[in-house]
Design a protein around this ligand. Sequence first.
Ligand code: ZN
Ligand code: ZN
Length: 147
Amino acid sequence: MSEIQGGCRCGAVRYTLALDALPRTYACHCRDCQTWSGSAFSQQTLVPEGSLSLTGSLAVFELIAPSGRVSVQRMCPVCHTRIYNTNSARPGVAVVRAGTLDRSDELDIAAHIWVKRKQPWLTLEDGVPAWPEAAPAAELVGALTEH
Ligand SMILES: [Zn+2]
Ligand SMILES: [Zn+2]
């Protein structure tokens, strides 16, 4: 098993993913992700929460959606880099900010969601699954695990 590591911008938080290979990632182009990342989209991946081990403490921010789902965001308390979140709708799954991985230059994009909010200058690669809004969880997981 290779070491897959990442961390925040300032180095106070470091983590390891117990996975055999770099996970495939997806891009979320929704308005919330644009606001939260300060960028065009957020690039993230889904991993079992148990595969993630962290060093350093985390600041936690809970966001309750109108649906009642609770999103628990974890970030570095020093530099405020978001590391991952969990959601009450998907217990046991960690949504990791893929740009925090040390090998982020090797990542690929296996799916795009919320493309109806995509910034107009951005052209998506042909053949990569894309959904206008959120993807059904099973289909998104399928796109990420397909090789
Ligand atoms: Zn930090
Ligand atoms: Zn989003």
